[in-house]
Design a binder for this molecule. Structure first.
Ligand code: GTP
Length: 795
């Protein structure tokens, strides 16, 4: 910024006539000035320079010595020190010793151009005009104090680097004139004050910091000692020492819980906050439990199971028909995989997914939709393998069981036999003193169907099934498909809350807004309460049956969660999902606090299945209870694998093999299947696994075969078999099995293996060798040596 100064003011301040100011400046700049006019900084600088030189002291020593001179008012500028030019030169001069100054005080003629260049004035001036300047003498004449230099120099003060100031003062010669000192003192005080203020300010800030900066740290549920130390801004050693003072020994890598860490942190006077990690799920889904006051009764959700051809579909049809005749509007146009029927004033929701496979497959995905399972048993057929499976699947899911003894219209119907058979599977009918309702029905004649419905309603009342309709809808996907026109269509069962048209929901990795919503009769509806099955469109992709869904407020967050789930699913594909296996049982017991080992047993005959089941259940110990959730006969099927998958069980096969589908399913789901031929081995393995001592499996690796061509008896060595290696190789450290006419005679180790007279490590195919065995000597010509080694392996 270019400052303008009034010439009259400048003259006044410098104590010289305005005319002199003009006369001094004008020759250099070449401009004409008026007394009442103004000029800029450069002119002022030049004026200062000239006046300073004119009033310069001959000798600084003399000047310093002349104490009285200080009183003499001199019309010299004294603000020079603050002018840029003066600033540039003054420190040089001040730093010089007086002698040096004297040496250098040679007068020198400086041309006006030089001076102008010095002062930064570019305007050409007459070369002849010369000003007598003594450069070495450029000094601050501080004797005149009348000049109000601050007026001109305030901006320099502001710009002045306070760091330079102390030096400046330090370099000031002592014994200056009083006024000089005074002014300097004043300035010194001024700067001193500023510095003091700065120091005070820093001190104050530090004090404040110390006071307020009581360290605030957040500690998660668990934290390592090292991490705690770093959050406390302490060394780990100090924190460990603090633990020791409190009577706890911890290493830096040890993990301590929140309470312990908080105690230590408080010892360091830190303020502790509990660090809570909020997952997307926690932010997205309603976390509060429903208030008891908000809960209202909801219809029971029922599924029908049973052996093939015992009449599941027929019963469901009969139920629907009963309902239609009862005047249900909308007719029989049941469009979706779940529907509601009325029994009296009550409503029952049926899942139209007959069979325990679908039921368990859904359960495997986390959906526990069913409250009651109707077990259909044909009165003429009695309990069949799939009936047993159904019983076990229902038990594993902990659902209420009602038995429908079907085909009662048939003359061969024998309900009593069915009841009797049921007791073998711990299902005791009511009329035999148990708690399981057995309702005789006929899907063909419709007999007993209403009794069955009434019974379902009764059981539901006892179960006090309740839900809160005044919350965002959540539930499970019953089934889903892709429609060419409408995109993904999903049948959902609302389990709690109310789902509205337009709601945003997430089901597994599928997100979207409910575009259309239809009930089980195909009617458009706008909202669906608890236990209501609906068919919706609007999802981005087809969710899997059994997937849980929930309506959410934040669609963006829901999409984020869907992405996260997709990524997790991919990760799971790569990292094998750790299912319980006998190999990892012990670790899983420790890590997951396992209290129960569920097992599915399959055997060749019922007798062995029962025997295996009982023997296994007996080996329960204090930590883990072995529970056989299903013991069946026949090859291991897909249904067994899905049951094991849903219940995190292992499968034990006794004299049976898995079928191809089950094998593939087990591989995919990571369900362990172990096959045994001896019950004792199965029992041993399970009990060893429970103790964490499961021996590794051992298999035989065939190395080669050799045929005995000749037998020599040598007194000092024993029996030597002269052999020819017919396949593979014979190695010195391997085991040998002696086979004679297809019968294994013995297994032994090789005592010596020689090629001619030399010891050999191994002999390859086509070569001859001499073999002696460690124990067995009755070797005969024509015997075959099978060479093998045993190898440990894990599945
Ligand atoms: N007599 C008589 N026959 C019945 C009754 N219920 C079902 N059936 C017959 O039994 C056969 C099988 O019935 P479904 O309803 O298909 O049996 P399901 O259990 O659903 O069979 P899957 O779907 O193959 O598992 C059909 O031929 C029915 O007509 C009944 O109460 N009485």
């Amino acid at each position: 910024m270019d400052f303008k100064y009034k010439i009259a003011d400048v003259a006044k301040e410098f104590g010289v006539p305005a005319k002199k100011v003009i006369e001094t400046v004008s020759p250099i700049t070449g401009e004409a000035y008026k007394t009442g006019g103004t000029f800029g900084e450069k002119e002022l600088d030049f004026l200062l320079e000239t006046l300073t030189r004119e009033n310069a002291e001959e000798s600084l020593d003399a000047y310093l010595a002349s104490g009285t001179k200080q009183e003499e008012p001199k019309p010299a500028p004294k603000a020079e020190a603050k002018k840029p030019e003066g600033k540039k030169q003054e420190p040089k001069r001040e730093n010089r010793k007086p002698e040096k100054q004297a040496e250098k005080r040679n007068e020198k003629r400086v041309t006006l151009q030089e001076l102008a260049a010095d002062t930064g004035i570019k305007k050409p001036v007459a070369a002849t005009e010369q000003v007598k300047v003594n450069r070495a003498q450029v000094s601050v004449d501080t004797r005149t104090v009348d000049v109000n230099v601050d007026k001109f120099n305030a901006r320099y003060d502001d710009l002045a680097d306070s760091r330079n100031m102390p030096n400046k003062r330090k370099n000031q010669p002592t014994g200056k004139k009083e006024k000089f000192n005074n002014r300097n003192n004043r300035r010194g005080q001024q700067f001193g004050r500023r510095r003091e203020t700065e120091a005070e300010r820093l001190q104050r800030i530090q004090l404040e910091k110390a006071r307020n900066a009581q360290l605030k740290i957040s500690i998660p549920d668990e934290i390592t000692v090292g991490e705690l130390a770093s959050r406390l801004k302490q060394t780990a050693a100090k924190v460990v020492a603090k633990f020791m003072q409190m009577g706890e020994m911890h290493a830096v890598s040890d993990v301590v819980d929140f309470d312990t860490a908080a105690l230590i942190a408080e010892e360091f006077h830190a303020k502790v906050e509990h660090e809570v990690h909020v997952s997307i799920e926690e932010r997205l889904f309603v976390q509060e439990e429903d208030n008891a006051a908000d809960l209202v009764e909801r219809p029971p959700v029922v599924v029908v199971m049973g052996h093939v051809d015992h009449g599941k579909t027929s019963i469901l049809d009969a139920i629907r028909k009963t309902n239609v005749t009862a005047g249900e509007a909308g007719g029989i146009t049941q469009a979706i995989g779940a529907y509601q029927v009325k029994s009296g004033d009550s409503v029952i929701t049926f899942l139209d997914t007959p069979g325990h496979e679908a039921f368990t497959a859904m359960r495997a995905r986390g959906a526990n939709m069913t409250d009651i399972a109707v077990l259909v048993v044909a009165a003429d057929d009695g309990i069949m393998p799939q009936t047993i499976e159904s019983i076990n699947h229902a038990k594993a899911a902990n659902v209420k069981l009602i038995v429908a003894i079907n085909k009662m219209d048939k003359p061969t119907a024998n309900p009593e036999r069915v009841k009797e058979q049921l007791t073998q599977y711990e299902i005791v009918p009511e009329d035999w003193g148990g708690d399981v309702a057995c309702i005789p029905v006929s899907a063909v004649t419709g007999m007993g169907i209403s009794d069955l419905l009434e019974r379902i309603v009764l059981e539901a009342e006892v179960m006090e099934l309740k839900a809160n309709p005044n919350r965002r809808g959540k539930g499970a996907v019953v089934e889903a498909r892709l429609d060419k026109g409408q995109g993904p269509i999903a049948t959902l069962l609302v389990q709690n809350g109310t789902l509205h048209k337009g709601d945003c929901l997430i089901a597994g990795t599928a997100v979207g807004r409910v575009r259309t919503m239809r009930d089980d009769k195909g009617r458009e509806i706008t909202e669906a309460g608890p236990s209501t099955p609906v068919e919706i469109t609007g999802l981005t992709e087809v969710p899997e049956a059994g997937e849980l869904f929930e309506a959410v407020e934040d669609e963006k967050l829901a999409r984020e969660l869907a992405d996260k789930r997709t990524a997790e699913a991919k990760e799971r594909q790569f990292a094998a999902y750790t299912k319980v296996t006998l190999d990892n049982l012990f670790d899983q017991m420790a890590a997951n606090d396992m209290k129960e080992l569920p097992i599915v047993v399959k055997a060749d005959v019922q007798g062995s299945a029962e025997a295996v089941k009982q023997s296994l259940e007996k080996i329960s110990n204090d930590e883990v209870r072995v529970r056989v959730i299903h013991a069946g006969v026949g090859a291991i099927s897909k249904s067994d694998v899905s049951l094991a998958d849903a219940s995190n069980a292992i499968i034990i096969g006794f004299n049976v093999r898995p079928d191809a589908v089950a094998k593939a399913e087990a591989e995919q789901t990571g369900v362990e299947m172990r096959m045994y031929r001896v019950i004792y081995d199965a029992i041993n393995d399970v009990s060893d696994a429970m103790k964490g001592m499961l021996a590794p499996k051992i298999r035989e690796v065939a190395l080669g075969e050799a045929q005995v061509r000749q037998v020599y008896k040598i007194s000092s060595v024993g029996t030597v078999a002269g052999c020819r290696v017919t396949s593979g190789k014979i190695t010195r450290d391997a085991q040998l099995r002696l086979v004679r006419d297809g019968i294994v005679i013995c297994e032994d180790a090789i005592a010596s293996l020689k090629r001619f007279k030399d010891d050999a490590k191994e002999v390859a195919e086509g070569f001859e060798c001499g073999i002696t065995l460690e124990k067995f000597s009755d070797i005969k010509e024509g015997d075959v040596f099978e060479c093998f080694k045993l190898e440990e392996y894990r599945d």
